[in-house]
Design a protein around this ligand. Sequence first.
Ligand code: FA5
Length: 340
Amino acid sequence: MQNQLDQLAQEALSSLKETQNSAALTAWNQRYLGKKGALTQMLRSVGELPKEERPAFGRAANEVKIKLEAAYEAQEQVLHRAEMERELTAGGIDVTLPGRPVEPGHLHLTTQTLRQIYAIFAEMGFQIYESPEVETDETNFGLLNIPPHHPARDMWDTFWIDDEVLLRTHTSPGQIRVMREQHPNPIRVILPGKCYRYEQITARSEHHFYQVEGLAVGHHITMTDLIGTLTQFARRYYGPERQIRIRGSYFPFTEPSIEVDIDCILCEGQGCRVCKYSGWLEIAGAGMVHPVVLQNGGYDPDVWSGYAFGPGVERPAMLKHHIDDIRLFYGNDLRFLRQF
Ligand code: FA5
């Protein structure tokens, strides 16, 4: 049996050298290493040997198998190289032809919008501060003056990781983080980032979207500063002709709270379907930082005051570019994305 094995190995190696193309190589592989190949058959017949000879023969046969497989791969390389050379000399491949062009991508509309917003606020002296998307019940709600069982929690229902950890519903928890980090210095930051909400997806609402929180804390900061800053932002982003309207509102973490509207950019305030015939479009919730929130951030509300605001990102972009469905942003349809 051992002799037969040696003979088989010799014969296989010398016939391998004679294979001149890939068809012959495949046939060789089948003849020796394939399911019904000579070596496979020999390995199967190991059971016919006396028990004491089986281990040594099995080992030897496996060594031959490894050797033949390596020789096969080496021959495959030799043939491949020869084939390339043949094609090159026959003029089949023109290596001077330019490659196929790779289509360059571009920034997503959300990223473009974020960068425009950063640029506007940077010119007004705001720094960008990043805060985590995975938050705690305490920072997303509690420290923002929204205790457990407060009805305002319903507006900001989210995805929970466990009883304490959640995906943030707004960028407002970043207010607490910046204040605790910057205390006792004045603050002027924007906090951009992704937010999550457990809510019905519609043409205007996604379960994840971006916001850009703004926060200024200092001495003698007033509502006038807030309105001036947001007016400046609205005119820089939507156009210098925009009119601003301020309405009273409610957020647990600001007091007083406001909603900021611009005159409808589609109908110029005349009234249309998009502005629900009111002539106005809401662009941000805002207000003066609530004394409890200032305190939770480490600032004495008798000495410090501040304002905060929190516009979305997709909805402003929808207004500006006349997009009528927010689901297009993350639907991965290139026909939509390529337009911007
Ligand atoms: C807030 O989230 C407050 N944190 C904003 C705030 C910050 C007020 C600081 C006062 C001071 P609101 O839930 O209204 O508020 O969301 C703010 C903006 O986020 C909305 O105007 C909208 O542009 C965007 N937004 C909210 N929910 C969604 C949603 N499901 N899909 C897309 N955009 C959304």
